[in-house]
Design a protein around this ligand. Structure first.
Ligand code: MTE
Length: 311
């Protein structure tokens, strides 16, 4: 049995998880038997695409974390520093209407409505490992689209060396922003080639449902080979810049949080080892994988760099 059930998971949450997983299993099996296109009402090309994407992004041997854990064990300091605070407090945040300001070194700067941002992009399923710098991890079935597709639309100039992201700043709804926990708003950044990597996505949903507020609605970054804090939530501004952005965490504690923040079991955090992790739902710890298991795809982005310096 693929799904772990525990007595504290409510009936409807188990059903959500089973529905989602059996729908995926059904699509996979149908496609494998050549039934996909007719049964699912998809074109032949669509079913072939679904199959190849499935192969690329499904994790063999990694059990998907429960919907309940993914949506109740969160870090989103704008809504409090406790793991349960975002699920309790984030639902007050209005996420519609929503707009995103695009600025800096690009041809198509402006303010875009969320609908404008999402319209041309097909949603894809991506099951990714997620490793928090604190030592826990999950496996999350996201829906989203490649960040690179959105970046191309804004036509960055040759001066755009980095992409900087900012979360909404709204202390009225984000009560955590009334306290100086971080220098608000939350800021993160990627080097342009990292941002253009096909594994980097903007997520709009998980488990086939709209992204819950506590997970960063309406749009959040997912970069699966980096520690969780790079995955900035509720994005309100995207800037194309020449200089390396200073992220909220680097600004706060530069000796602990560097710009790259690639998952790397060989480089310890100054206060703890990063060699092992506890997958939420598991009892025993497991070894952390280089680049969170995505080394084949992303190691070349960092060739020649000293990763103990560029942590
Ligand atoms: N984005 C914003 N705006 N504020 C935050 O506090 N926390 C980060 C990241 N993105 C954070 C954020 C951290 S530390 C982690 S581990 C992940 O979000 C957690 O994502 P999840 O709650 O969806 O698992």
């Amino acid at each position: 049995m693929l799904i772990k059930q525990s007595s504290d998971i409510k009936e409807n949450e188990v059903t959500d998880q089973q529905d989602y997983l059996s729908r995926r299993a059904f699509i996979k099996a149908s496609i494998a038997q050549g039934l996909g296109a007719s049964l699912l009402g998809l074109g032949v090309t669509e079913s072939a695409q679904a199959l190849s994407k499935d192969k690329e992004y499904t994790l063999e041997g990694d059990e998907v974390t429960s919907y309940k854990d993914i949506t109740t064990y969160n870090n989103f300091y704008e809504f409090g520093t406790g793991k349960g605070d975002p699920a309790k407090n984030a639902h007050h945040l209005p996420t519609s209407p929503w707009s995103i300001v695009v600025e800096g070194e690009c041809e198509k700067a402006g303010r875009y409505s969320l609908e404008d941002i999402l319209k041309p992009h097909d949603s894809e399923d991506r099951i990714y490992r997620f490793r928090c710098v604190e030592g826990w991890s999950m496996v999350i079935p996201w829906q989203g689209f490649p960040l690179s597709d959105l970046i191309k639309r804004f036509q960055p100039t040759s001066k755009a060396k980095y992409v900087r992201f900012e979360t909404l700043h709204d202390p009225e709804y984000m009560s955590g922003q009334r306290r100086p926990i971080l220098d608000w708003p939350y800021v993160e950044g990627l080097r342009m080639d990292e941002a253009m990597h096909p594994l980097a996505i903007l997520a709009t949903g998980l488990y086939g449902k709209t992204l819950p507020n506590q997970n960063g609605a309406p749009l959040r970054l997912v970069v699966p080979w980096k520690y969780g804090f790079k995955n900035i939530k509720s994005i309100a501004k995207i800037s194309f810049v020449e200089e390396q952005p200073v992220s909220a965490w680097t600004k706060s504690i530069p000796e602990e949080y560097g710009f790259y923040s690639n998952v790397n079991p060989t480089v310890a955090h100054p206060r703890w080892s990063q060699k092992r992790e506890r997958r939420i739902g598991d009892f025993f710890k497991r070894d952390t994988l280089m680049f969170n298991g995505y080394a084949d795809q992303v190691a070349s982005l960092y060739s020649g760099m000293d990763l103990t310096k560029h942590f």
